[in-house]
Write a protein that binds this ligand. Structure first.
Ligand code: GLN
Length: 318
């Protein structure tokens, strides 16, 4: 199916949203983080920021949710800006084929996480962002960056979620201590985790998240200022990582069904990037067995089918 650059998006997402609202099988809301366990599984929202500046949305697109691991995309972008490709000495770029919080590969691979989108990799990224800062400053930098990308100063961090993560984050603490034993964490573990938990606790709506992802559809360019957030090469590489690693051990299945680079989080959000065409955010809190939004993935599959936006579809050779 050829790519449709300007389909009637509002009609398409209205139809998908009505379909999703009637679904019973929504998966299970993450309950290992106290603030997430309370979220109503009946939510569904979607927003699309298009290449030509339109914002189209349906469902609960203006309700803020915990973006959790979707934040790993923004944190990686900041860390690459600080240390450039030296980052890849401390974090790999291969799919893990393991759960997001798995510790097993770290022993065989000497404390170098497989990629920046699993927890271990994101914790190293937090360590990099912390360099030369106090934790509060590093957290402030991440918040300012995301607000600037979305062009929206109302974005905030849910302190309740961040605190809950700190109180129950035994697994993340284990990952951080373990990597520190290999010398791949350089700051005190409590500080690194403080940055990581706050970044995961960013609360955003689908509209804010779709807007924040626009630079990745625009070859790294900020849509409002025209400045490069990252170079075109780096934007392509971040999209490649999202394609290969954005859904943990469900990344192959997502590529198979949807065919669009995406990053999920246990809050039920997914950010997807169709290069040159659209930045898409969906949210539905119920998760599948791999920790990715059940209805979010299904809605994206339907959207890709209706628009031809899979990156494997035929493109106009120009
Ligand atoms: N904050 C969550 C954790 O560290 C993020 C995981 C996720 O969204 N997959 O467990």
């Amino acid at each position: 199916m050829p790519v449709t650059v300007n389909p009637d998006l509002q009609a398409i997402i209205d139809r998908i949203t009505a379909d999703m609202e009637g679904r019973e099988d929504r998966g299970k809301v993450a309950d290992y983080i106290p603030g997430l366990a309370r979220v109503d599984p009946r939510h569904f929202g979607i927003a699309i920021a298009t290449h030509d500046g339109r914002i189209i949305s349906a469902g609960d697109a203006t309700t803020a949710f915990s973006i959790q691991s979707v934040s790993k995309v923004f944190a990686l972008t900041i860390a690459l800006g600080k240390v450039g490709d030296a980052l890849w000495k401390r974090v790999g770029r291969e799919p893990s084929g393991n759960a997001f919080n798995s510790i097993v590969q770290l022993e065989a691979e000497q404390g170098i996480p497989r990629n920046p989108f699993i927890n271990a990799g994101a914790i190293v990224v937090s360590d990099i962002i912390l360099s030369g800062h106090r934790p509060g400053e590093a957290i402030g930098e991440i918040l300012r960056f995301v607000r600037d990308l979305a062009g929206d100063d109302d974005i905030s961090i849910d302190e309740d979620v961040a605190r809950g993560e700190a109180e129950t984050g035994y697994r993340n603490a284990a990952l951080a201590h373990y990597m520190r034993s290999f010398g791949n964490i350089q700051h005190p573990v409590e500080q690194v985790l403080g940055v990581y938990f706050h970044q995961c606790a960013l609360a955003m709506t689908c509209i804010q998240l779709a807007k924040a992802g626009r630079y990745l559809m625009l070859e790294g360019q900020h849509p409002e200022t025209g400045f490069n957030v990252v170079s075109p090469t780096r934007a392509r590489r971040i999209n490649a990582l999202m394609m290969m690693c954005g859904h943990y051990d469900g990344s192959g299945e997502f590529a198979f069904r949807v065919g669009i680079p995406g990053k999920s989080g246990v809050g039920g959000g997914i950010l997807c990037v169709v290069p040159g065409i659209a930045s898409i955010a969906v949210w539905s809190p119920g998760l599948n067995e791999r920790g990715n939004s059940t209805l979010g993935s299904l809605a994206l599959e339907k959207l890709a089918a209706a628009t031809g936006w899979s990156i494997f579809n035929e493109r106009d050779p120009g």
